[in-house]
Structures are given as C-alpha cells and as structure tokens.
Design a protein around this ligand. Structure first.
Ligand code: AMP
Length: 340
C-alpha cells in the first residue's frame, strides 16, 4: 500500500499498473464480488446516444447506507447520521482493496468491492465527510490528475461523483469513482467538445455558454478542459471555477422548479478533456435506478427484468424522468453573473 504526498508524486507513481495489479490479486483471492458480464452495445435511435447494457452481478449485493431514502421528504436526523457512520465501509477499507492508503494526507484510493467492470475504483476521504458536500479544488485536481495517469490508447477512464438524495448514490461517506469505458465505446461528450475552444465561462459573456447536445432528452451542461494546465495553481483555480459555474446551473434548475434546496442532487462527470453536470430530479423511474453512468450511456442492471424495463421505456424517457427535460437553447443564456 502506497503513500503519495503530492500531486507531483502521483504523476510519476505508475497508478494504472498499481490499480491493475491490485485488481487481479483481489479477484484471484476472492475479495471482489465480480463476474464479467455479457455486454450489449447499440445506438439509441431517438437520441443518437451510444449505449452499453450490462447485467452486473454485484449490484444486488451492494450495501446501501443512506441517511434518507430517495423520493421521501425525510430530513437527515443526527440518529440516522450516526447509524450511517457506524455501518460505513469506507472508514476502514480492506487492505486487500487499498491501492493508496494515504493520498495527499486526506484521501485513499480503494478498489470498488462490487465493480461494474474491471479496475473500477474509488477515491474516498480518510475521515468521514458527507457525500452532499461540494467538491473541493484539491478533489477536482486529483480527479483530473488521476485521469491523466490512467488514459492510454487502449483504455479511457472517466470519473464521476453522485451527490444529493436523488443522485443514485448508495454510500454517504464522500467518494469519487473511476471507471474504464468499454472497448470501442464513443461518448457523445467527445463530439461536443471537439469543435469547441477551452474557456472559463463568465455569465457576462453571453457567447460563452456551456455545451449541450440538443438531441438528448435531459438537461446537461458540458465544459471543455484544456489538455494541460500551465501550473498546479492554474489547474486548481480553473477546475474550481468551472465546477462552481456548473453547480450554479444546478441551483438555477432547482430554483426555477421551486424545489426544496435540501433535495439538490446532481451527477458530475469528468474525462481528460471535459467536465459535465446533470441536475437530478429522481433516483429511479419505474424501478430503474440511475446514477452518473446512465448519462454516459452505460446501463448497469441487476437482472433481466430491469433490462426489459429499460428496453420498454427507452433510454431517452428514463434519463428524462430521472433528470429534467431539456428545454430550449435559451436555457443556457438567461442568467446573469448573480442569478441562480
Ligand atoms: P455510489 O453507489 O455511487 O454511492 O457508490 C458507492 C460504491 O461503493 C458502490 O459502487 C459500491 O459497489 C462500493 N462499495 C460498497 N461497499 C464497499 C466496500 N466495502 N469496499 C469498496 N467499495 C464498496
């Protein structure tokens, strides 16, 4: 188990190799709940979204540890919070799953015990921090740096963060996840950012709006990232400004809809050259649960019954019902610097 003190050290650590080795040892020793599943790829005609359906054995076995349940009006009580802290699997992670036991003093990298696909891992805080807190600049920097270390011409990783009661999260201890894209899987965000320049959005400049794919059914806001930042400081400041801008868009949506601010829920995703936010209204639709993955086109399902429901409703409907229907272009332009 490694200790990494700085971002610079992380850049020369050999993370891809360390994750790969830890994963194969843990799998061999029976420490993971994982069976490679049959994947099915198709392009959804209505939205043009590339989709991958996979039945994941571990899904029905994953522990659920939330202080409130999606769809309820419960508030988080101190009793519930204590219960969640007691059952928390991230407080003392299994050494056999731990890739980095101390990352810049505050975090650990651990394998997901119930992975969706090979080498699925998590960055968790060492101390208990709630999942519904904002991402800190250093967390965004770590996400970006980790992605930079993992991507090769053979494999592309993305990072995701499910936050808020309707985001589809299952653990309340703060965690960010990293997962590999299936082979030959094209994500729609790549095409969106390909024709765009990097900019840090400022509401005062109406021409610089977040990107969106108008064929999709759900509200989403995408920003392009530069290939490299000039310095760590620039990386930290730029990522934080961009994330806060996207988070403000989520606040806009919740305010517009007159929704309770304790329900603020969203999925945040990052790849090497973009970041994206999706405001969330519901954790599930007709028993089909969604977290960030569905909004990447990746549908993990516990059994055939759920798969049949996905096919019956269509992914456009499910994602719209779990998010917020996509409005007109003006959606992006109607707020000024101080509006939310
Ligand atoms: P989320 O459902 O987005 O909150 O992500 C939590 C993740 O933690 C799930 O993907 C679980 O598979 C994973 N998980 C649950 N228990 C453990 C554990 N003991 N060790 C490692 N990962 C876990």
């Amino acid at each position: 188990m490694a200790t990494i003190k700085t971002l610079e050290e992380l850049e020369t650590f050999g993370l891809a190799e360390a994750v790969r080795e830890k994963f194969s040892a843990a799998l061999k020793n029976g420490q993971l709940v994982f069976a490679p599943s049959k994947h099915e790829q198709y392009t959804d005609e209505a939205t043009g979204m590339r989709c991958e359906l996979m039945i994941v054995e571990g899904l029905s076995k994953r522990p659920i540890n939330r202080p409130t349940q999606p769809g309820s009006d419960e508030k988080i009580s101190s009793d519930k919070l204590e219960q969640v802290k007691k059952k928390n699997p991230f407080m003392k992670p299994e050494p056999e799953l731990t890739v980095i036991q101390d990352l810049v003093g505050e975090y650990r990298l651990i394998l997901n015990k119930f992975p969706n696909i090979e080498e699925h891992f998590l960055m968790v805080t060492k101390e208990f921090v709630q999942q519904d807190t904002l991402l800190k600049p250093v967390e965004l920097q770590l996400m970006h740096t980790i992605l930079g270390q993992l991507n090769t011409s053979q494999s592309r990783f993305f990072a995701f963060f499910n936050s808020g009661p309707e985001s589809g999260y299952s653990q309340f201890h703060k965690h960010i996840q990293f997962m590999k894209l299936p082979p030959n899987f094209e994500v729609y965000q790549d095409a969106l950012v390909a024709g765009s320049e990097f900019f840090i959005p400022r509401e005062l400049d109406g021409s610089e709006q977040p990107l969106m794919n108008k064929q999709l059914t759900f509200k989403h806001f995408v920003l392009k990232l530069p290939r490299k930042f000039a310095s760590e400081e620039e990386q930290s400041t730029s990522l934080a400004m961009m994330y806060m801008y996207l988070f403000k868009r989520v606040l806009n949506v919740f305010k517009e809809q007159g929704l309770d601010s304790t329900k603020i829920s969203y999925n945040f995703l990052m790849m090497e050259d973009w970041m994206m936010i999706i405001p969330r209204s519901h954790a599930f639709f007709d028993g089909v649960w969604q977290n960030s993955l569905g909004f990447m086109g990746l549908f993990t399902m516990k059994d055939l019954e759920v798969k049949n429901k996905v096919m019956h409703h269509g992914i456009g409907t499910i994602l719209q019902e779990c998010g917020f229907p996509l409005g007109s272009d003006d959606d992006r332009a109607k707020y000024d610097e101080f509006g939310y």
